[in-house]
Design a protein around this ligand. Structure first.
Ligand SMILES: [Zn+2]
Length: 282
């Protein structure tokens, strides 16, 4: 898909699984299991799907997935799989290497969005995965990530960004706006403080990177909100405000975590929002 100066590529950087109950908050299992089937431990299959934007001057990656710095215990808890899909293979397949990436936009610093920011080198030292990139992070999300609450402490892991800070590779963003030519972000605060959602648009086609405000196609409906969210009622209000715009302007909603559904266009029938079309970016 081409929008403005960018070619857009969808790339999968890992697979993993999270507890279905946590993913669907107050929605009863009898309802959500009809949409996504859990495994024997009640986990639902998830992916980390990044958007790779290529122009003449820039190669920008939105989010970096779970990465590879996991011990066996946590790899098993989250069923993390970077063998069948990973960043290197995905970039190589398109003819690029991590060294070619000029910019990383992290929607927020939960581990499944920035775990691939850094990696172990051969000596076991943590180094930036993308040595030539600038990493774009919302300032308020950084502040939360580096001083997490007890609720989200397990999701914010400093080894995904410490070395970037030491090397002066982080560029802080202050709220919504155009952070790179042709790439605007809007921000939300329900899932976490200062999540940024990139919007790529030429005025006709608009792609919205949902991140964790709508993690899968099963989370479009307003009350289908994750228990992970720090302010679930705020997430509902944010979705309610965005949905009419998504429908009226025919936004392509690009899902980071939905294994079976990459992107949709949605419609509205009275108050009910429905999926009009499911597709892959091509
Ligand atoms: Zn998150």
């Amino acid at each position: 898909m081409r929008i403005g100066n960018f070619d857009l590529y969808s790339i999968e950087t890992s697979r993993f699984a999270l507890d279905g109950g946590a993913m669907f908050g107050i929605v009863p299992k009898t309802l959500w299991e009809k949409k996504i089937t859990p495994d024997e431990k009640n986990r639902i299959p998830m992916c980390t799907r990044s958007l790779f934007l290529v122009s003449k001057y820039k190669r920008i990656l939105i989010d970096t997935g779970n990465g590879d710095k996991w011990d066996d215990k946590n790899r098993s808890i989250y069923k993390i799989d970077t063998n069948s899909v990973n960043i290197n293979n995905a970039l190589n397949h398109l003819g690029y290497t991590p060294e070619d990436v000029t910019d990383i936009i992290n929607t927020h610093l939960h581990f499944d969005h920035c775990g691939g920011n850094t990696r172990f080198d051969n000596s076991g030292k943590i180094v930036p995965t993308f040595p030539n990139a600038t990493y774009w992070i919302q300032k308020v999300n950084w502040e939360l990530a580096t001083h997490p609450t007890e609720k989200d402490r397990a999701s914010y892991l400093a080894n995904n960004w410490e070395v970037l800070m030491e090397n002066g590779m982080i560029e802080f963003v202050d709220g919504p706006g155009e952070i790179l030519p042709g790439i605007k972000v809007i921000t939300s605060n329900g899932h976490t403080t200062g999540q940024q959602h990139p919007i790529i648009s030429d005025g006709i086609t608009t792609v919205f990177y949902c991140g964790d405000i709508i993690p899968t196609s099963a989370h479009i409906s307003v009350p289908w909100v994750m228990a992970y969210d720090i302010l679930p009622v705020t997430t509902m209000e944010e979705k309610k405000k965005l949905l009419p715009r998504m429908v009226d302007e025919s936004w392509t909603l690009f899902f980071e975590h939905d294994v079976d559904c990459e992107a949709v266009i949605i419609g509205r029938d009275g108050k009910k929002v429905y999926i009009k079309e499911k597709f892959k970016l091509e």
